[in-house]
Design a binder for this molecule. Structure first.
Ligand SMILES: [Zn+2]
Length: 140
């Protein structure tokens, strides 16, 4: 019984100290505006991302007895393409992983939009900060 009490007390103290520690940060000058805070919240919810392109093409498998020899490129092939130091790389993506990989690429596109939105928010924030600094430093 005594042990339970002391562990509860420890938890209470932990919560109490956390709240006390957070207070000074909340009173600090803002580092972004409401648009910036929205971008940061969306960034935190972002899933794994992959900067690449997924292309579905048709190919021949190379088996001389396959019907693709007569019928042409009938085998659906998904290729992941990306650039590294100016060189294009490709990787075959199996059918069962195609949707998942496409989702990673979608997250990458969302990240790029968030980067642009953050840049716009910070430029706007800088403008308002400059104006408020000018106002406060002006002799009255
Ligand atoms: Zn074939």
């Amino acid at each position: 019984m005594g042990e339970i009490f002391s562990s509860r007390r420890r938890i209470f103290l932990l919560i109490f100290h956390t709240e006390v520690d957070i207070l000074p940060y909340m009173e600090e000058k803002p580092v972004t505006n409401s648009a910036g805070r929205k971008v940061l919240a969306r960034l935190a919810r972002l899933g794994p991302f992959l900067p690449a392109t997924l292309t579905v093409t048709h190919s021949r498998c190379g088996n001389p007895r396959c019907r693709c020899v007569r019928e042409g490129p009938i085998h659906e092939t998904a290729l992941l393409t990306w650039k590294e130091e100016g060189k294009t790389h490709t990787l075959h993506v199996p059918c069962e992983l195609r949707q998942e990989v496409a989702h990673w690429i979608g997250e990458w596109r969302r990240l790029k939009k968030l980067i642009e939105a953050m840049a716009a928010a910070q430029r706007q924030f800088l403008q308002t900060r400059k104006q408020s600094t000018r106002k406060s430093s002006r002799p009255s």
